[in-house]
Design a binder for this molecule. Structure first.
Ligand SMILES: C[S@@+](CC[C@H](N)C(=O)[O-])C[C@H]1O[C@@H](n2cnc3c(N)ncnc32)[C@H](O)[C@@H]1O
Length: 321
């Protein structure tokens, strides 16, 4: 195995890749956007199943992922990947409309969102995402925002911190953890913060680390993840070509709930007030659901890749302008 193949394998293992390929395969010829390129696992699979009439645009806000894409483009001995069928663009999918204009793409035929961070982020202690590896409390996926996790941890009011942990981490012990953090300030590193949380919510042996929700909440706030999802998925639904498909993979209920609502609106059609007994608007839906709710990974995939455990995949297809 070459070093590049090795680094690609270690960067991130794609989740539900077979389902993504199967759902994207029927789209008409055109540009498919992988809005969360990461280690390029899904992109590579998509390029394999899509025909020669397709090009793939990979987007990621993290320069490390973009660098990884260049490594793949140059070094992987897979003819499909290195050709002009593959473009890559650094950017935040919150600005998907601008990224597509810059890339000369007006109506993509597919958009994939595989939300959150990649395994690479957790494996690099200096990025500050891991509660197990010591590093600075950074958590920025890119350098566009100046607010780090350390800023939030050390400067928010206790009540603001508690609200943040409750809202973005769905943390039941948010108040207790917020008080413990304020009492322990200043907190400089990931492992210091994890220890503070662990002391604040004592308990016996747990399957999941007690700081998991705190880290999730801080990461989502630092990167304004829900705002980006709302904007990116809305833009994708606005711009997709007829028979174009949008696929999302969410890893927790906040992400999934947001997409569920956006997809429900797109597949609903009728905009009559719910109190009307019959539809009078006559509007027909622009999208149909391809997954009827969510698809989940198989037990085999979860056993092979525990990160897939919480994945929830949804997909819709454009049926009308
Ligand atoms: C779960 S990983 C994707 C993994 C990828 N599907 C693969 O197979 O390797 C999510 C990626 O999306 C990127 N990302 C998260 N939010 C983003 C945003 N708003 N705009 C662009 N990229 C984003 C992260 O930097 C990360 O590399």
């Amino acid at each position: 195995m070459t070093q590049d193949r090795e680094s690609e394998r270690e960067y991130h293992r794609p989740v539900m890749a077979a389902a993504v390929s199967e759902l994207m395969r029927p789209v008409p010829a055109g540009v498919v956007v992988d809005a969360t390129f990461g280690g390029g696992g899904h992109a590579r699979e998509l390029l394999k199943v899509l025909g020669g009439g397709h090009r793939l645009l990979g987007i990621d806000r993290d320069p490390a992922a973009i660098a990884q894409a260049e490594v793949l483009r140059r070094a992987v001995d897979d003819a499909q990947f290195g050709t002009d069928r593959f473009m890559v663009q650094e950017g935040n999918f919150a600005h998907l409309d601008e990224i597509l204009v810059d890339a000369g793409v007006s109506a993509p035929v597919g958009v994939l969102f595989d939300f959150g961070v990649s395994s690479h982020h957790f494996d690099e202690p200096e990025r500050g995402f891991s509660y197990r590896l010591e590093g600075p409390l950074d958590m920025r996926m890119d350098r566009s925002g100046s607010v780090t996790a350390a800023d939030l941890v050390n400067h928010l009011e206790e009540s603001e911190l508690s609200t943040l942990l409750h809202r973005l981490g769905e943390e039941p012990a948010a108040r207790r953890i917020a008080r413990a953090i304020v009492n322990a300030r200043p907190i400089a590193t990931t492992t210091e913060l994890a220890a503070v949380v662990e002391r604040a919510v004592p308990g016996g042996r747990r399957r999941l680390h007690p700081a998991r929700r705190t880290f999730q909440a801080l990461r989502m706030a630092v990167n304004q993840e829900l705002e980006a999802i709302d904007s990116g998925v809305r833009t994708a639904l606005d711009l997709l070509a007829p028979q174009g498909r949008c696929i999302t993979i969410a890893y927790h209920s906040l992400e999934d709930r947001l997409v569920k609502g956006l997809f429900a609106d797109a597949t609903k059609g009728c905009v009559c007030p719910p109190e009307l007994p019959v539809c009078t608007c006559g509007a027909s839906p622009s999208y149909r659901s391809l997954t009827r709710g969510v698809r989940k990974p198989s037990e085999e995939e979860i056993a092979a890749n525990p990160r897939a455990r919480s994945a929830r995949l949804r997909a819709v297809e454009r049926v009308a302008a």
